[in-house]
Design a protein around this ligand. Structure first.
Ligand code: GDG
Length: 495
């Protein structure tokens, strides 16, 4: 059973006004689909439409159990607590988090509803995998209702250092909620370390490597049914929780296959041609989110133009900024700031024949994204904080020609794996400018050497391998075996 905020479907209304559903294409669904079909999987989540009660339905061979949210709950639990409290807090307070008690109350109510729906539908002894920061209370609630279940949780975004996390008025409840899981997955070693420290500081629990020891109350009537009950060094009865990194990935084969299609390669040539066949195309692809460092990227690019170190006749920046969370005020302000900056730079440096920045506030079909990846000489990933950043991996998987340069922020989880990228600190504008220039003039042999190494990594460690390693850890748990295996070839030094 998968439990996530959104079900993997989108509603479509046809010309006659009838509602139908179509699977929403995403890496997670693609990775889990074969296993979900083979194991009679069910998916619990919100269908994305407020205030509508819906019966369970099936799509593409997967049973879906809709959880209803009212319009007010969407505002308070989702846009409020999830996207305006937890999101900025977990991304190092790049934007100030808003703390509202009513939002927290809605978060508790909605998490309870998800846990109830999962508890009701799960088969005896089922393996349940809960996803992301919107549902951090679900593991504990589910364990209380159904101690027979094997429960995993994966956090797609960073887990912040204790000095930041400790701002959260409900910090204790969230840690307790998460510790209801048997296995807690994070993107990076540092995230898992931050969580373990929070468990130590807030609850006084002992940790050994990736294992957290959660004491069991001796009068707990369910004590006998917990998994991994053991006696710790102090002679206390504890259950053990595994908390470690499981870096997420993409369906690399699919990107490789798409990038090999003649029509997509032709589209890439067309894009270059339409941009005036410049020497260098730089590309940014992001949800329009303040964590992605779009402003820092534009600042560096604007300064390079102002200092005449790049010429708009030679270099073009294409920035896809797909619309995101437009009902949250911080996101509206961000859009205004970015568009003001783009307008200024274009006003100052574009000519009738050359546009300095091609700014696109749209979502595009995946085929078009792959054509853009193929067309771009330099991919700019300048996130100020990012759990992983799949765009970096998609760019690499798409470069079947072993060409192209990836500029990658150290603050994105992907930088732990993609060591052959040009790694940058986006706050260091001078360093970022130098890296952009270095990327633009990098000799072909070096581009190719780096890209081959990056591709090897991304093609080997794909999303199927990620979901398998998480589920293996969970299933080992079901057999009482908490193996603490680290993914091979991964940085194990925390920084
Ligand atoms: C969260 C974490 C973590 C974007 N614009 C278009 C489009 N996209 C696709 C990209 C990519 C996905 O959206 C974005 O994934 P990211 O990983 O870059 O970032 P978040 O959305 O913030 O995701 C992140 C991730 O969860 C997974 O755990 O890596 O750190 O923040 O796949 O290609 N796709 C299409 N058109 C667009 O215009 N088709």
């Amino acid at each position: 059973m998968i439990v996530s905020n959104r079900l993997p479907v989108d509603r479509v209304i046809d010309d006659d006004g009838n509602t139908t559903w179509r699977p929403s294409p995403g890496g997670l669904v693609a990775a889990l689909e074969p296993m979900m079909k083979a194991e009679d999987g069910v998916w619990v989540g919100w269908p994305g439409v407020a205030g509508e009660e819906m019966e369970p339905f099936e799509i593409g061979g997967i049973d879906l159990i809709p959880v209803e949210l009212s319009e007010q709950e969407v505002q308070e639990y989702y846009e409020g607590f999830s996207n305006d409290t937890l999101w900025p807090l977990y991304h190092d307070v790049i934007a100030p988090p808003s703390y509202h008690r009513e939002w927290w109350e809605a978060y508790v109510v909605v998490n309870k509803r998800f846990a109830d729906a999962a508890a009701k539908a799960a088969a005896p002894g089922a393996v349940v995998w809960v996803h992301d920061y919107q549902l951090q209370l679900v593991p504990k609630l589910l364990r209380e209702a159904r101690p027979d279940l094997v429960i995993g949780f994966f956090n797609h975004i960073p887990f912040p250092p204790y000095g930041i996390y400790s701002q959260l008025p409900w910090r204790r409840q969230i840690v307790e909620g998460l510790l209801g899981a048997d296995v807690l997955g994070f993107q990076r070693l540092a995230d898992a370390g931050n969580f373990s420290r929070a468990a130590r500081r807030l609850k006084g629990y002992d940790t050994r490597g990736s294992i957290i020891e959660v004491p069991i109350e001796t009068d707990d009537p369910e004590a006998g049914s917990h998994r991994h009950v053991t006696t710790n060094r102090r002679g206390a009865l504890v259950r053990t929780v595994l908390a470690r990194q499981f870096p997420i990935s993409i369906d690399a084969q699919m990107y490789q296959e798409m990038a090999s299609r003649p029509e997509i390669q032709e589209r890439a040539r067309q894009i270059r041609h339409d941009l005036g066949d410049p020497q260098t195309i730089m590309l940014g692809v992001d949800r329009l989110d303040y964590t992605k460092g779009i402003g820092h990227r534009l600042k560096a690019y604007g300064e390079l133009l102002a200092e005449r170190r790049i010429d708009p006749a030679d270099v073009v920046l294409v920035q896809v900024a797909s619309p995101s969370r437009e009902r949250v005020e911080t996101y509206r302000q961000l859009r205004d700031e970015i568009e003001l900056t783009v307008g200024r730079i274009n006003g100052d440096y574009s000519s009738i024949s050359h546009t300095a920045i091609n700014y696109l506030h749209h979502g595009y079909p995946r085929e078009e994204m792959v054509a853009l990846y193929l067309a771009a000489d330099v991919m700019l990933v300048t996130a100020l904080r990012d759990g992983m950043n799949l765009v970096a991996k998609e760019y690499v998987a798409s470069r079947v020609d072993n060409d192209g340069v990836l500029l990658l922020s150290e603050f994105a989880g992907a930088s732990d794996e993609l060591r052959q990228a040009i790694l940058i600190n986006p706050h260091d504008i001078e360093g970022l400018k130098e890296a952009m220039l270095q990327a633009a003039i990098m000799p072909k042999a070096e581009r190719s050497r780096r890209m081959r190494a990056l591709r090897k990594r991304v093609l080997t460690y794909d999303v199927a391998r990620w979901s398998k390693s998480f589920l293996d850890a969970l299933v080992n748990t079901a057999h009482g075996d908490h193996r603490d295996e680290k993914p091979a070839g991964y940085r194990t030094r925390e920084r």
